[in-house]
Ligand binder design. Structure first.
Ligand code: DAK
Length: 257
């Protein structure tokens, strides 16, 4: 697929997808959304890529869905364009996806960022769900994920009263993993992704799957998923290598098998 609204780059072993509609604050139109998920799929299946970063520019990660594109839409247009399915595809990516956020992460932009596995934010990052100001509510998981991540009261305030969170607030409330100076946020995200890529790949995958189970199932089902993943890892060469390396007081040499 030829991309017109995103840029892609493999830096070392890190796949970087840059949202690239600066004239529209990186608002997600159908083309950009389609390209973004195509690129994520490509990197998810590319053995040269160990982890993935999605980023925007300094001013805007993404200002949400493209309001101009959906202003006149009917419910059937919204359903027919498969938007829900498109947004849902982030849940199917197996590799770790880190959002590197600077500037605005609003509406669908905030929802996309919090659907990633982790977030590195620049000091200027701002997170919000302003849909209420245009007569709607979040439609890509914001009400559910923010309630789980931040608790009910703050989620209510963001969704009902357009409360935005600054980067320090987002860090304080656990919405992001780290806040770094704006001139180094992508570099910091790449370093973070490289740390993850240096770990046992199958264990990383199982760890991601297990933590995600906490958001998608009951505690009992989540505990079952964790146990299943834990036991499965005992069938890998990396488990044998990791434990042997510990005993031999040396660094493990991961094979991803
Ligand atoms: N859509 C379209 N264009 C946008 C945009 C957006 N969301 N955000 C900004 N732009 C455009 C502006 O219209 C402007 O274009 P021109 O007038 O120059 O042609 C250009 O980007 C620069 O924006 P501003 O002039 O407004 O720049 P400022 O620095 O003054 O303000 C801002 C930046 C980000 C605070 C402001 O632009 C803003 O408030 N933007 C709108 C934010 C917003 O309301 N976002 C929520 C959108 S609704 C779904 C799943 C998810 C969704 C929908 C469906 N399904 C599963 C079905 C998601 C919905 C949303 O996200």
């Amino acid at each position: 697929m030829t991309y017109t609204s995103i840029l892609t780059e493999i830096r070392g072993r890190i796949g970087i997808v840059t949202l690239n509609r600066p004239q529209a604050m990186n608002a997600f139109n159908t083309a950009m959304l389609t390209e973004l998920f195509d690129a994520l799929d490509v990197y998810d299946n590319d053995e040269r890529v160990g982890a993935i970063i999605v980023t925007g520019n300094e001013k805007a990660f993404a200002a949400g869905a493209d309001i101009k594109e959906m202003a006149e839409a009917t419910p059937f247009d919204m359903i027919g364009q498969g938007r829900v399915e498109k947004w849902d595809r982030i849940r199917t990516i197996k590799k770790v996806v880190i959002a590197a956020v600077s500037g605005w992460a609003l509406g669908g932009g905030c929802e996309f960022a919090i659907s990633c596995d982790m977030i590195v934010a620049s000091e200027t990052a701002k997170f919000g769900q302003p849909e209420i100001t245009i007569g709607v509510i979040p439609g890509a998981g914001g009400t559910q994920r923010l309630a789980r991540l931040l608790g009910k009261n703050l989620a209510m305030e963001m969704v009902i009263n357009n409360r935005t969170l600054t980067a320090p607030e987002a860090l304080q409330f656990g919405l992001v993993n780290r806040v770094v100076p704006v001139d180094g946020y992508l570099t910091a995200a790449v370093a973070f992704a490289e740390e993850i890529d240096a770990r046992a790949p199958l264990a990383v995958r199982m760890a991601k799957d297990s933590v995600n189970a906490a958001f998608e199932t009951t505690l009992a089902e989540g505990l079952k998923a964790e146990k299943r993943n834990f036991y499965t890892l005992f069938s890998t060469e990396d488990q044998k290598e990791g434990m042997k390396a510990f005993i031999e007081k040396r660094k493990p040499n991961w094979k991803g098998r």
